[in-house]
Design a protein around this ligand. Structure first.
Ligand SMILES: Cc1cc2nc3c(=O)[nH]c(=O)nc-3n(C[C@H](O)[C@H](O)[C@H](O)COP(=O)(O)O)c2cc1C
Length: 192
């Protein structure tokens, strides 16, 4: 469990030539489907995108790696080969949207863990333009809330403990290895 959780990092550079089938995405949605849900209302639906044209249409509307200010996102050839659009179905809400967002965290973590088990990496993208939703003409009840970009990673991502300066920003070193600082266990276990 620890191994797969450690491996399941956010990836933003992929082998664009390696396609992901809709059948694979359906297997991943099956993992999302079985996650816990407040009041068990399960308010999320998913649009699966695997065709190159639609991938190309979506790409310009995505915000990548805000801390890497001199990087404009993956170059042609390293872009995602599939996307999953996460849609909140307001007709299925029973409690608050806050509960629904919680559910989406659980569902997408299940999904990304299962993707990594298949060698597929992903990036949850909340920084996207609402213009993506215009492209699909979703009914009013469906709100586009999160985009998951998927592909076969071509970058190395490593975890490290946050240093004494407390900087939480991920960064890339000279070898383009992506470093993700995490708070050490000793800091997050609260002792009263
Ligand atoms: C809810 C959520 C929204 C995120 N939105 C973006 C985003 O818009 N663009 C991006 O490049 N990464 C995004 N990320 C990825 C985070 O930057 C990433 O999870 C964080 O740097 C820690 O890296 P790790 O996932 O490898 O632990 C998002 C992650 C989460 C959980």
């Amino acid at each position: 469990m620890l191994d797969i959780i450690k491996k399941t990092r956010t990836f933003r550079r992929f082998n664009q030539d390696k396609k992901i089938s809709e059948a694979t995405l359906k297997e991943l949605i099956e993992l999302a489907r079985l996650g816990g849900s407040a009041r068990n209302c399960q308010p999320w639906q998913y649009l699966l995108i695997t065709d190159l044209n639609t991938c190309n249409e979506i790409f310009p509307y995505l915000g990548w790696a805000g801390y890497l200010t001199d990087w404009k996102g993956p170059a042609e050839g390293e872009r995602p080969s599939a996307y999953i659009l996460c849609l909140m179905n307001r007709d299925w809400l029973k409690g608050s949207e806050k509960e629904a967002w919680f559910d989406l965290g659980l569902a997408t973590q299940n999904l990304l863990l299962g993707a990594m088990e298949r060698g597929i990496g992903g990036c949850r993208i909340m920084s996207f333009s609402p213009k993506i939703a215009d492209r699909f003409n979703f009914p009013d009840k469906l709100g586009l809330s999160l985009v998951i970009a998927l592909g076969y990673p071509v970058e190395t991502v490593v975890l490290e403990d946050i240093g004494p300066d407390g900087d939480i920003r991920y960064y890339r070193d000279d070898q383009q290895i992506h470093h993700v600082p995490k708070r050490p266990l000793s800091e997050i276990i609260f002792k009263s």
